[in-house]
Design a protein around this ligand. Structure first.
Ligand code: BV8
Ligand code: ZN
Length: 247
């Protein structure tokens, strides 16, 4: 794959990079995206599912949807895009992964600095007393489980619509974006806020924005360089070039 000389120069000089990722980076691991042609949210109604009120009204329905997603995630593996990002830690001074995904595939691929803006489906907590429960420790039933300590409803530790993002995590992610020389935006439709501010914050602070997606998105107009294609094919190609120029 040919890359522009401007991009190669940026790769040569970059010290600190951010990878801002969305559901598209996990598509080649067999985890369907939310929007776009094969997105699950064409069939299901996001507001019905990723929403606290719906959970309190119909906990078993929302819980079942997360169990269904957990099963798919447990049967999946990090793909070549996740692995390339983990490997890039050896080639840049600083690599930060800022992800909207809750599937923990960046962690399983070996990335070390990961900011999970929308939480992690492996973790759950009691809505009443806040006690944490790891999905792995509990082969939860189909029904939304009850807290052992207080009997409250246990929910997935993910950020639903109308809920605040973890403020600490978001602030750290913003700082990483501000200091980045390159911000790769990989597999996201960039329509969900405030997460989608991250690449804009990077751009405002002089970062070079590289978009990797199979199609144009809301962010494409802001990108300095757009690479159209699958993340699992493009990111390993970038790592090949990086190794050549860094060796
Ligand atoms: C909040 C739950 C307020 C976890 C999700 C401005 C500022 C602040 C808020 C808002 C705002 N404008 C609107 C809002 C409200 C809302 C919002 O953004 N709505 C949008 C939809 C209009 N935001 C919120 O409600 C947020 N909370 O702001 O609270 C507040 C403030 C103060 C005090 C109290 C409250 C919370 C947002 C989080 C919602 N939770 N999910 C879960 O179950 O997963 S959102 C959901 O969308 C997922 O988390 C997902 O991560 C996220 C983003 O989607 P993408 O990752 O981009 O995935 P998508 O399918 O859309 O796109 C995939 C892309 O990949 C496509 O472009 C496709 O082309 C590409 N692709 C596919 N295959 C490949 C590929 N690319 C490369 N290679 C491939 N192989
Ligand atoms: Zn409890």
């Amino acid at each position: 794959m040919e890359f522009s000389s401007e991009f190669i120069d940026k790769l040569k000089s970059a010290k600190s990079v951010v990878f801002f990722t969305g559901a598209g980076i996990s598509a080649e691991s067999g985890i369907s995206t939310f929007r776009g042609k094969d997105g699950i949210w064409n069939k299901l109604r996001p507001e019905e599912l990723a929403n606290f009120d719906s959970f309190m009204r119909n906990p078993d329905m929302v819980w079942e949807w997360y169990q269904y997603r957990r099963k798919i995630i447990n049967d999946s593996h990090p793909n070549r895009a996740h692995l390339a990002i983990a490997e890039s830690e050896k080639l840049f001074d600083k690599v930060s992964v800022v992800t909207q995904n809750v599937d923990n595939l960046h962690g399983r691929a070996g990335s070390n600095t990961i900011y999970e803006l929308h939480g992690n489906i492996e973790r759950n907590f009691c809505v009443k007393c806040g006690a944490f429960y790891n999905s792995a420790d509990y082969n939860f039933t189909e029904q939304a489980p009850r807290c052992e300590k207080c009997g409250g409803l246990v929910r997935p530790d993910v950020v639903w619509f109308g809920e605040m993002l973890p403020q600490e995590v978001f602030a750290e992610a913003e700082k990483a974006a501000e200091w980045s020389d390159i911000c790769f935006v990989v597999g996201t439709s960039a329509v969900v806020y405030p997460a989608a501010y991250i690449p804009l914050t990077a751009k405002k602070n002089g970062s070079y924005i590289v978009e990797v997606n199979i199609e144009e998105t809301d962010l494409s107009g802001y990108a300095d360089y757009s690479l159209f294609g699958k993340a699992g094919e493009i990111l390993p190609e970038i790592m090949v070039v990086l190794k050549e120029i860094r060796s």
